[in-house]
Design a protein around this ligand. Structure first.
Ligand SMILES: Nc1ncnc2c1ncn2[C@@H]1O[C@H](COP(=O)(O)OP(=O)(O)OP(=O)(O)O)[C@@H](O)[C@H]1O
Ligand SMILES: [Mg+2]
Length: 237
């Protein structure tokens, strides 16, 4: 499949329903002999085309849950399922596809790579996968153009403002048109105008069919999502 011409064609899943779910998920962290149970048996399904907010006090386990859903950490027990299939049971090739194409993850901090230009940060997944440079570069430039950041393409990422860096991190996560975008406090460090721009970008993709899960302390962000969830005492309600 060639790269889409505009950001409005981003979502691989357009028209295709998919479900990402957690089933009886328990997550413990061990510190010496002591196990701290952060998630105490969570069951929930997330659909494409719907946006979800996850709020909860600091330390309630929001990042932990996001990392499990993104497949970059494992539950102590229970399962993360993609269309009913346990992500832990995927073959290496399927897991690669899951990490690279099915989910996109935005961390609270942008974590842009300072050795790469802005446009190369956007196309990072293609660089890692050794995809042909030309089409990936073209697609990354289109994403930058669609978000008014074309003039920054060849800049050093750390020369950008915090809000611009976070929008680049969002574009990087959207690059492969994921079916689910997981954004962990994507606006935590931003002023209200930059926060609005980041959430606008995410909601635009959700409206085209992507599933969107956003953890946030900010009730203004949470209220813009279709479904509001709260993580408290290790349980998602
Ligand atoms: N790798 C780890 N090792 C040990 N404990 C951890 C680890 N990751 C998270 N924790 C603990 O799990 C709990 C939940 O952490 P988590 O980062 O998921 O919370 P959070 O809701 O995202 O908090 P915040 O709003 O501050 O980002 C915390 O008590 C934290 O110290
Ligand atoms: Mg967190």
């Amino acid at each position: 499949m060639g790269y889409a011409i505009s950001i409005s064609c981003l979502t691989e899943s357009s028209g295709l329903m998919a479900i990402l779910s957690v089933q009886n998920v328990i997550k413990e962290f061990r510190q010496g002999l002591v196990a701290m149970r952060v998630l105490k048996g969570i069951t929930h399904s997330f659909d494409t085309g719907i946006s979800y907010s996850i709020t909860g006090v600091s330390g309630s386990g929001k990042s932990t849950l996001m990392h499990l859903l993104a497949g970059i950490d494992l539950p102590t027990s229970g399962a993360v399922l993609y269309n009913g299939v346990n992500v832990q049971k995927l073959s290496i090739t399927e897991k690669k596809h899951f990490l690279n194409k099915t989910v996109g993850l935005v961390f609270q901090d942008p974590y842009l790579i300072k050795e790469l230009s802005v446009v190369e940060n956007v196309m990072l997944k293609a660089l890692i996968a050794h995809e042909p440079y030309g089409p990936a570069h073209k697609h990354a430039l289109e994403l930058l153009a669609a978000t008014g950041l074309s003039d920054k393409a060849d800049h050093h990422p750390l020369s950008l403002s915090g809000g611009q860096q976070q929008r680049i991190a969002v574009l990087r996560a959207l690059f492969n048109r994921p079916q689910f975008l997981l954004a962990d406090e994507p606006t935590g460090n931003l002023d209200s105008e930059n926060a609005r721009l980041v959430i606008d970008l995410l909601i635009k993709e959700k409206e085209l069919g992507m599933g969107l899960i956003v953890s946030s302390h900010d009730s203004r962000v949470a209220q813009r999502m279709d479904v509001q969830l709260r993580l408290a005492d290790g349980i998602l309600q």
